[in-house]
Design a protein around this ligand. Structure first.
Ligand code: NAD
Length: 359
């Protein structure tokens, strides 16, 4: 089975690629433009690399996408390529509209042309899986309500609005053209190989370097955290076993205030990196680095996912609690400085088109 993964050099996409190569017999063609967020060093070479190929292609380039479909003849498409950082979408929304909306449209059209030309058997099992976010639902203000698959869309940021647009396009291509689609909407992910602009790695790395730990507003915003490898398992389950035309919400049942997340990371670093010059053992303490900064415009108060449908219908449950997953994550950053040092220095961009089978 050949799986075309877009955005496979990103945080979640690379976890999906690693999962497919390590835990299934499927092959992967990774289609990624390698923006600042793409890093091929997140896909280490393994014995399974013979089942892996990479194509540096922008999903806005219809001709290049069509050539990838023709050459690699995928059975499944998992679409993760996106501009994904809310703060960047506020500073420059254009790239988000281009990649998330126009790029998704291009991919749908390339996939549709390819799917229509398939033989009967392959056509019957082909799937287009669109990976999206719970941010399309807007925010929750009560403490008990949860996002379900039927919650109406009320996106707040240019990022979530562009993802909402792409979700609607995918469902329309399913309804109007019969393209076999599934959609997932997931809560906040964290884990290994996360680009340091996002909250969890940013806090870990700033703390290790004795830099301020910025927290928006009073840090009371609530996010529902999911370990990225649990998400990758859920995604592969949905693309292979999910019901056509359906949406599945994916979440970790781990609601935490941002300030709690920052405190937990500081506590773990005190335990796991006591020799660091900013730890309590050195007479300082990581928590003293916490700095409250002006809140993000339009900042959503609370996200929380009802993941009962995917649990009930596909038998997926997360393997990590927040406590176990965040411990693994902090330990991973302590054990893998060569990965994040090359990201922080920008060197990850130098030789990333190496020997990974570029077409
Ligand atoms: P990421 O920013 O880490 O990775 C995105 C990848 O897409 C990068 O490798 C980048 O090079 C690639 N890309 C960007 N523009 C492209 C283009 N025009 N053509 C081809 N490739 C392009 O993002 P992520 O955190 O891994 O998120 C992946 C997907 O999951 C996104 O669609 C995002 O909306 C969704 N999602 C993310 C989270 C989260 O917490 N990170 C939660 C739910 C859903």
């Amino acid at each position: 089975m050949q799986v075309l993964v877009t955005g496979g050099a990103g945080f979640i996409g690379s976890a999906v690629v690693r999962h497919i190569l390590a835990d299934t017999d499927a092959s992967v063609i990774n289609v990624d433009a390698l923006t600042y967020a793409g890093n091929l060093e997140s896909i280490p070479d393994t014995e399974a690399s013979a089942r892996y190929a990479f194509a540096q292609v922008d999903i806005c380039d219809f001709a290049a996408l069509s050539a990838v479909f023709a050459e690699h003849q995928p059975d499944l498409v998992m679409h993760l390529a996106a501009e994904s950082h809310v703060d960047r979408s506020i500073d420059g929304p254009g790239a988000f509209i281009q990649t998330n909306v126009v790029g998704t449209y291009n991919l749908l059209e390339a996939a549709r042309a390819y799917w229509q030309g398939l033989d009967v058997d392959k056509k019957a099992t082909f799937r287009f899986h669109h990976i999206s976010t719970d941010e399309v639902y807007g925010d929750l203000h009560g403490t008990d309500d949860l996002f379900t698959e039927t919650t109406s869309y009320e996106p707040s940021s240019p990022y979530s609005a562009s993802k909402a647009g792409s979700d609607h396009l995918v469902r329309a291509w399913g309804r109007t053209f019969g393209l076999p689609i599934v959609v997932t909407n997931c809560s906040n992910n964290y884990g290994p190989y996360h680009f340091p602009e996002k909250l969890v790695p940013h806090i870990i790395l700033n703390a290790l370097h004795g830099k301020p730990l910025p927290v928006y507003g009073d840090g009371s915003q609530i996010r529902d955290w999911l370990y990225v490898e649990d998400h990758a398992r859920a995604l592969f389950k949905v693309v292979t076993e999910g019901k056509l035309g359906e949406t599945y919400n994916i979440g970790g049942h781990n609601e935490k205030r941002n300030i709690e997340v920052v405190h937990t990371i500081c506590d773990l670093l005190e335990e796991l990196a006591p020799e660091n010059e900013n730890s309590l053992a050195s007479g300082k303490g990581f928590k003293d680095l916490i700095t409250f900064v002006k809140d993000r415009p339009g900042h959503d108060a609370r996200y929380a996912i009802d993941a009962s449908k995917i649990q009930r219908e596909l038998g997926w449950v997360p393997q990590e609690t927040f406590e176990s997953g965040i411990r693994k994550t902090v330990q991973w950053y302590l054990d893998n400085p060569e990965w994040w040092q090359r990201v922080l220095s920008g060197d990850y961009k130098l030789d990333r088109i190496g020997d990974k089978g570029v077409v």
